[in-house]
Design a protein around this ligand. Structure first.
Ligand SMILES: Nc1ncnc2c1ncn2[C@@H]1O[C@H](COP(=O)(O)OP(=O)(O)O)[C@@H](O)[C@H]1O
Ligand SMILES: [Mg+2]
Length: 351
């Protein structure tokens, strides 16, 4: 097959958010002269229209309740029809679900902080009795930008938190005040503030969508606290290419993601990070994903905090290049959605 046809699913965030990948895919198809269609997944007959294509790509958002409810199963069915899909289950099964990631990464032997998914209050009581190491990080399964990640400092606070998690739970939507505070605190110049203000409608669009997300309840998810870190890394792997974004921890806080303090210090990406990111991507059989990585301050070993293809491809371009598996730097930025689609096209055409 020389010219596979590509269906780009018009996601709920298409035209509404700069982190959406649909436009990059459309551009790629035009550049590569591939037959393609942009298909609204909500339309009547959308499945049949999608199924006519060799490749189907859908950058669905964790802020869209409806996409989170339906996208995965639609893609699984399209795969059954014979389409090559992205995200395939290797990338979608655990998307925006830190507990699913916990079970899977542990099962596959991928290094992450010691953690404890717990599914009843007595398990939490047992944890307090048998482990009881504070402070400890508590996370909701869902969410981004560190909105749903907190530090718990005592057994009493954890009991209180567990009571709420096994009761009415917490809203999974992003915390507006936290988001605004993070953005203001990390702005470096007036130009920066203006740039961020221009993106405010995107945030409010995400927030409106996130209102429909279910409340998070019925579990407690704890992770050992890694102290003394002043940044984390978003490390993205597509095939044989790897690129990164450095993210400073917020002042007076332990959380980096969503803080807005981005930097691109290439020397932080040493061969141990490169090896473990490629190894994790290969083990997961991922087509394209971002790992939130830190180095365990006790032994310098890289660990993965989170796995998600829902990162900002534009922020990734800021690193100005990418690494290969051997750790060589290349000055071509990694445009993740483009590289991913290129990879799928090569796969289905047998190149
Ligand atoms: N176990 C941990 N120890 C220390 N810091 C952590 C730990 N887990 C997360 N963090 C910090 O909190 C931030 C948010 O955590 P993460 O699990 O990536 O959630 P989110 O989905 O909101 O990005 C990370 O960017 C990191 O700086
Ligand atoms: Mg994260």
């Amino acid at each position: 097959m020389k010219h596979p046809s590509v269906a780009i699913v018009r996601s709920d965030f298409h035209d509404r958010h700069s982190t959406s990948w649909g436009h990059v895919w459309l551009e790629y198809c035009v550049d590569a002269d591939l037959p393609h269609s942009l298909i609204d997944w909500r339309g009547l007959g959308a499945f049949e229209a999608l199924a006519k294509h060799d490749i189907v790509v859908w950058h669905y958002s964790h802020f869209s309740r409806d996409e989170m409810l339906f996208a995965r199963s639609i893609l699984v069915a399209l795969k059954a029809v014979g389409c090559r899909v992205f995200p395939d289950v290797a990338d979608s099964d655990h998307f925006d679900d830190k507990i699913a990631q916990s079970y899977l990464l542990k099962a596959l032997g991928i290094a992450m902080p010691k953690d404890y998914p717990m599914h009843c209050r007595s398990a939490v009581d047992e944890w307090i009795r048998d482990v009881g190491e504070f402070p400890v990080v508590a996370k909701l399964r869902t969410g981004s930008g560190a909105s749903n990640v907190r530090l718990i400092t005592s057994a009493d606070e954890l009991r209180h938190y567990a009571k709420r998690m096994f009761g009415r739970g917490f809203s999974g939507k992003p915390d507006t005040v936290f988001k605004i505070k993070s953005n203001v605190a990390s702005a470096r110049s007036l130009k920066d503030i203006v740039k961020r203000l221009k993106r405010a409608p995107e945030f409010f669009f995400s927030l409106r969508n996130a209102r429909g997300l279910p409340r998070e309840r019925g579990y407690v998810y704890l992770q050992e606290f890694m102290p003394g870190l002043d940044y984390d890394l978003k490390v993205v792997v597509v095939g044989d290419q790897l690129s990164f974004i450095g993210r400073s921890v917020r002042a007076g806080d332990f959380r980096a993601s969503g803080g807005g303090g981005l930097f691109y210090e290439r020397t932080l990406i040493d061969q141990t990070i490169i090896d473990s990111a490629f190894q994790a991507a290969d083990t997961l059989r991922s087509d394209c994903t971002g790992f939130d990585m830190i180095k365990d301050p006790r032994n310098g070993q890289p660990v993965i905090l989170e796995v998600s293809y829902g990162f900002s491809h534009t922020a990734l371009l800021g690193s100005g290049g990418h690494f290969d598996r051997e750790g060589n730097w290349h000055d071509t930025p990694l445009n993740a959605p483009r590289a991913l689609l290129d990879r799928l096209v090569k796969e289905v055409t047998g190149q």
